[in-house]
Write a protein that binds this ligand. Structure first.
Ligand code: ZN
Ligand code: ZN
Length: 310
């Protein structure tokens, strides 16, 4: 049971209370469910992750607010995080019939949905991009040296970010059969999304269509990390990945974004790629920062690595 006082303090805009609620939204989001109506009464919609298990009546109230007096980013983020079927149906409707105020927002309805870990495909169907199951992902020294070709941009040896068995339960939502290897440049992936072509025998090849950003200057080749992640015990819920803390690397589940959600589009088909896992900089070394995010679109055989930092 959450202290009533905590909710009252959050409603009074107390920073410590908001921080505590943000943590609860990741560790035990279901505990917030009885209080969401009160928070909504007080127009407390941030952090939107508080609405992860919002029940139908709360979701319906937010939809009515949008239909009644217009859309705000905060309302869409709360709906996206609820992942509720009613939220999907409303957001799909608003793609064709934009609610009042939609022209003041900087991104579209699909981008908002993706903040909650799901998308609306071009045919109007819903697709979850993230997994229901999440597993600790422990970084260990690779059992044998990793011999990889060099990055065509910076000449660093390519980095094996992960080497997975498609049967891993943390990968159940991506539908990959065989071995799935992520090979990318640890340096250049900090500057732009890097795609690889992947095959079920573990093949992972730099995609020739990767676009080198102009601001990526000449760099000295660097040795990539020699640690490989291996899956550990299941986490208590899908939301416990941490992009900040040591031990936060997680296979499956939902990412913790440092910036806005960033689910890349598949170079093969243009659809949004499925999310695979997060590797936190703090798990590579004690001064490490930022986080790498791994994605795949199994049907097309494309993998991607993105990176965010504060
Ligand atoms: Zn590179
Ligand atoms: Zn695709």
């Amino acid at each position: 049971m959450i202290d009533e006082e905590l909710i009252s303090r959050a409603i009074a805009d107390d920073d410590d209370a908001m921080e505590e609620l943000t943590e609860i939204a990741d560790s035990e989001p279901e505990r917030l469910v009885p209080y969401l109506g009160r928070l909504l009464d007080a127009d407390v919609l941030w952090p939107a992750t508080m609405y992860r298990y919002a029940p139908a009546d709360v979701v319906e109230r937010i939809i009515a607010l949008v239909d009644g007096d217009g859309v705000t980013g905060a309302r869409l983020l709360a709906l996206a995080n609820s992942r509720h079927q009613l939220a999907f149906e409303a957001m799909r409707r608003w793609i064709d019939q934009p609610p009042a105020g939609m022209d003041t927002l900087h991104v579209g309805m699909r981008e908002y949905a993706e903040e909650g870990g799901w998308t609306i495909d071009p045919d109007g169907s819903r697709r979850d991009l993230c997994g229901d199951a999440a597993f600790e992902w422990h970084l260990r020294e690779a059992p044998e040296p990793l011999f990889n070709p060099a990055c065509p941009w910076c000449a660093s040896p390519l980095w094996t970010a992960a080497d997975l068995d498609g049967a891993e339960p943390g990968l159940a939502h991506v539908g990959w059969t065989g071995r799935l290897r992520f090979r990318t440049c640890h340096f250049c992936s900090c500057y732009t999304t890097l795609f690889s072509e992947v095959t079920p025998d573990g093949g992972s090849t730099w995609w020739a269509g990767n676009v080198r950003p102009d601001y990526l200057g000449a760099a000295q080749p660097e040795e990539p990390p020699t640690k490989l992640p291996s899956p550990g015990p299941a986490r208590g819920n899908p939301f416990q990945a941490s992009a900040w803390s040591a031990g936060g690397s997680t296979l499956g589940g939902h990412p913790q974004w440092i910036q806005d959600a960033e689910h890349p589009g598949c170079p093969g088909c243009g659809r949004t790629m499925d999310y695979v896992g997060l590797l936190g900089g703090a798990d590579f070394d004690e001064y490490g920062e930022g986080a790498y995010y791994l994605h795949v679109h199994s049907a097309c055989g494309f993998a991607a690595v993105t990176y965010q930092q504060s």
